[in-house]
Every structure is written in structure tokens, then in C-alpha cells.
Design a protein around this ligand. Structure first.
Ligand code: ZN
Length: 107
């Protein structure tokens, strides 16, 4: 049994399959349907990445708020929590933005 890559989601399928097992794209050669599926997938992916980057931004704002809450010097635990949140949020934000950028460039 040979394996073929789905043109839409790029996952592997049996060459005997009539449609992708992962995204249900038919392999019957309907180029238009395939292109439409691919576009829809891309739009969904970009919407999801945009949501991720906003969630990451919220996390960063949350970290800053936690650190400066009450305008007092934060306890070491609170500073550490805020710092960790900020670092994770920043990395998450950058990863989302880079993925969004790559996704938009390839479309
Ligand atoms: Zn597929």
C-alpha cells in the first residue's frame, strides 16, 4: 500500500482512499473544490492564529497588571509569577505572529 499526501492538509493517506481521512477532501480531481477547501482551511488557520496572538497579548497585559498591582513592591512570588506569565506570553505571541506571517506569505 502506497501513501499519498493530501493536497489540502498535507497529511498521509492510502493511495486507495477516495477522500482524505483527515480533512475529507475528495481525491477525485475536482481542482476547484480542492482549492476552495484549501482556502477555507487557510482562513480558519489564520483566524485561530489571530485569536492566539490576542490571548498571548492578554497574558502579557495580565503579567504587567499583576506585577504593578497596587503600586507596591511585589512579593518575590508575585514578581516571579508575573515574570513567568510575561515570558510565556511573549514567546506565545511571537510564535503566533511568525506563524501568521508565514501563513499569509504562502497564500
Ligand atoms: Zn487532507
Amino acid at each position: 500500500m502506497a501513501l499519498v499526501h493530501c493536497p489540502v492538509c498535507n497529511k498521509r493517506n492510502s493511495d486507495k482512499a477516495k477522500a482524505c481521512q483527515h480533512c475529507n477532501t475528495p481525491f477525485d480531481g475536482d481542482q476547484e473544490a480542492m482549492a476552495r477547501q484549501k482556502r477555507i482551511r487557510k482562513i480558519k488557520q489564520q483566524a485561530s492564529l489571530t485569536t492566539h496572538s490576542f490571548a498571548a497579548l492578554t497574558m502579557i497585559v495580565g503579567a504587567i497588571t499583576l506585577y504593578f498591582w497596587g503600586l507596591e513592591t511585589p512579593s518575590p512570588e508575585r514578581a516571579m509569577t508575573a515574570y513567568s506569565l510575561g515570558v510565556v506570553g511573549s514567546i506565545w505571541y511571537m510564535v503566533s505572529r511568525v506563524r501568521l506571517f508565514l501563513s499569509k506569505r504562502s497564500s
